[in-house]
Design a protein around this ligand. Structure first.
Ligand SMILES: Cc1cc2nc3c(=O)[nH]c(=O)nc-3n(C[C@H](O)[C@H](O)[C@H](O)COP(=O)(O)O)c2cc1C
Ligand SMILES: CC(C)CC(=O)C(=O)O
Length: 356
């Protein structure tokens, strides 16, 4: 895999995956307008480097909610890793640990969160939660994530119902193969697996309930409106994740990178205090990461690229994708004259008509 670009991992993944599973990973909602726009938006932004700053080799590390990551690229929560590789989320977590970055484990993982933690003892894990209407069941899931060593709870807010994924409908991809299950939804050890409920009644009140339920910092994922970023903070969120779910929920939503500056401005306190703002959707190269950081993101997360690495080559495949992004971030920061992520500022990004 040496010399591979991200698109090579996607091509290899596509060859190895069953077509319906490739489509599930790759696809978006509706006409896939937002899905395509997420990637294209980064091409409409250009970087304006600073020169002669003697910055040396850049330090790419960040600290988020008390967790150190060696690079500002996290693994976004994605479901069903065992569709891509028999080791599934275990392999992803091991690659995350080796890269010293944070993996957000999906509630819809096909390996139980306890086993993910056990497979990669050095990994920093956060846990993504779809709040279930049975709040006692939700609490049991939260307790499992806590006991497995997860260090933050990422509450997905953009999915009151599932987006309409036409590829899945066409492929009749409705259920996992019989040998795979959402292990975090088991009702007790060895018990039956409950179906994931998308909950249209989910509201800010429930965030307050969660806030009381756990001492873990809460990240609200799927914020697009600046007013919701403010509400999230008022309801105790420790961080915001600007995301349109990789174009898989409401089609026609603006891209996360376009929404980012407004949300960063909204959450900045008058005294300069702020909460970390994370962003995901369409990040495919190191320069995309650097653009997002310059526009105020504390870090980015990647979803599909990790799945492509996993399907193309298991744990080494994910390691390859993370290594590629790390090298590209380092290269782009060096060329921008930045010693650390704090040197990336909004004046270094311009809107352009591609190609720039
Ligand atoms: C196959 C797939 C499964 C996903 N599963 C989840 C999930 O279980 N929970 C969640 O909050 N987001 C989920 N997401 C959304 C990702 O966390 C993330 O927002 C998105 O993938 C970012 O876009 P990118 O794939 O362009 O990087 C999923 C995305 C994909 C592609
Ligand atoms: C199991 C699904 C709800 C996972 C998801 O969020 C997605 O497919 O986008």
């Amino acid at each position: 895999m040496s010399g591979w670009r991200l698109c090579d991992y996607e091509a290899a993944a596509r060859e190895r995956l069953a077509p319906a599973h490739y489509d599930y990973f790759a696809g978006g909602a509706g006409e896939e307008i937002t899905l395509r726009a997420n990637v294209a938006a980064f091409d409409r932004l250009a970087l304006v480097p600073r020169v002669l700053r003697g910055a040396g080799r850049p330090e790419t590390g960040v600290t988020l909610l008390g967790c150190r990551a060696s690079m500002p690229v996290l693994i976004a929560p994605t479901a069903f890793h065992r569709l891509a590789d028999p080791q599934g989320e275990r392999a992803t977590a091991r690659a995350a640990a080796a890269a010293e970055t944070i993996m957000i484990v999906s509630m819809a993982a096909t390996v139980a969160v306890e086993e993910v933690g056990a497979a990669a003892p050095g990994a920093t894990l956060w846990f993504q939660l779809y709040v279930q209407p049975d709040l006692a069941f939700t609490e049991r899931i939260v307790r499992r994530a806590e006991s497995a060593g997860c260090r933050a709870l990422v509450v997905t807010a953009d999915s009151p119902v599932m987006g309409v994924r036409r590829r899945d409908i066409r492929n009749r991809f409705l259920d996992l193969p019989a040998h795979l299950h959402c292990e975090n939804l088991r009702d007790g050890p060895g018990g039956p697996v409950r179906p994931i409920a998308m909950w249209p009644e989910l509201s800010w009140e429930h965030l307050a309930v969660l806030r009381r339920m756990t001492d873990l910092p809460i990240v609200v994922k799927g914020v697009t409106h600046p007013a919701d970023a403010r509400l999230a903070i008022e309801h105790g969120a420790a961080a915001i994740m600007v995301s349109n779910h990789g174009g898989r929920q409401l089609d026609g939503v603006p891209t996360a990178i376009d929404l980012l500056p407004e949300i960063v401005a909204e959450v900045a306190g008058p005294d300069g205090s702020t909460v970390p703002v994370l962003v995901d959707g369409g990040v495919r190269r190191g320069t995309d990461v650097v653009k997002a950081l310059a526009l105020g993101a504390a870090a980015v997360a990647v979803g599909r690229p990790v799945l492509w690495g996993l399907a193309a080559g298991g744990e080494p495949g994910v390691a390859g994708v993370l290594g590629l992004l790390r090298a590209e971030v380092e290269q782009a920061m060096t060329l921008c004259g930045c010693a650390g992520v704090g040197d990336l500022t909004p004046d270094m990004v311009r809107s352009v008509v591609p190609p720039c």
